[in-house]
Design a protein around this ligand. Sequence first.
Ligand SMILES: Cc1ncc(COP(=O)(O)O)c(C=O)c1O
Length: 376
Amino acid sequence: MADETQHRLAPSTLAVSAGRPPRDPGAPVNTPPVLSTTYAAGGPVSYARVGNPTWTSFEEVLAALEGPGTRAIAFASGMAAIAAVVDLVPVGGLVLGQTIAYSGTRGLLARHSAAGRLRLTEVPPTTADLVAAVAAGTALVWLESPTNPTLHVIDIAAVAAVAHAQGALVVVDSTFATPLGQHSLDLGADVVVHSATKYLSGHSDVLLGAAVVRSPELADGLVQRRIMAGGIPGPMETWIALRGLRTFPLRWERSCATAAELARRCQSHPAVRRVRHLALPDDPGHALAARQMSAYGAIVSVDLHGGADAAEQVAASTQVWLHATSLGGVESTLERRRRWPEESPEVPDGLLRLSVGLEDVDDLWVDLREALDRVR
Ligand SMILES: Cc1ncc(COP(=O)(O)O)c(C=O)c1O
């Protein structure tokens, strides 16, 4: 390669090659789960709540996927990462959030607001609503794009420009987009958070989260919060997630392709009122997603004519799809999100969230179509 210094490695290469031990003769290929609470004095790590080599490998891979100059910080769960980021808000600070977003995030912000820890304004998840709601003195704008479970897409650059003019910090929960589908920091976010429980680890066997930043001050603030709060990621969990991360690009590509095909097929089923998937040309989020994302994602939202009863019936009767919460695993799952009382009342009652895994597309379709046929 003549131009080797200019060549940027592709995500699939980075996922495999980043975060490895040095290639010394006889060295292991993989970072092991390092199970040690203390370390010989004088080195970079002193104590297990402060650092861990398995965290470092995971963080190096994730940062490589988010882009040059980024720093990833692993947390015990997506919510632990979110809680640490929310803790950056000064006491009494004004937070702007969305009326549709992951229910755990909305619940955390609402609790802090009720306790007087911060002031919360929630607006519908549209770019126009968010831009209009950024007020003087806003401390933090919490974006989730695409939204769980309705797949609203927010113009991150547009909101960030207005928010930064007011001195606000912009956070994007990019769990649905993943670092392969969206570079939120390049679009203007100061912090991106991921529930690594989902696509990044990918096998529904581990809870993990991460925050990714460019600013060294923000990185330091988040690391300090991880040390002080003490709810650190376990080395075994981090190792399992790191193992999953190696195959993430391959899994993501396949799941996104299958999701787009299933969304297309769902559109013509008579039991279906509305299908949302960002690859559909007539989806309201398609044009913006095409501009700011590099993949349309692996979630399909299907709203049924028969409402809650029909959605529950479908969820209970599939054989290949697993009726379960969570998403981003190798196995396809589905659930009616409004079965959870904490879900936003703005989410349609009959909305089924489909998380598309790695099974054969025709097997998934036949199973889903038969379940939909039964509620026609
Ligand atoms: C968009 C989104 N963000 C954050 C979380 C929380 O992640 P965790 O369950 O890893 O704490 C979830 C969990 O479902 C999620 O869907």
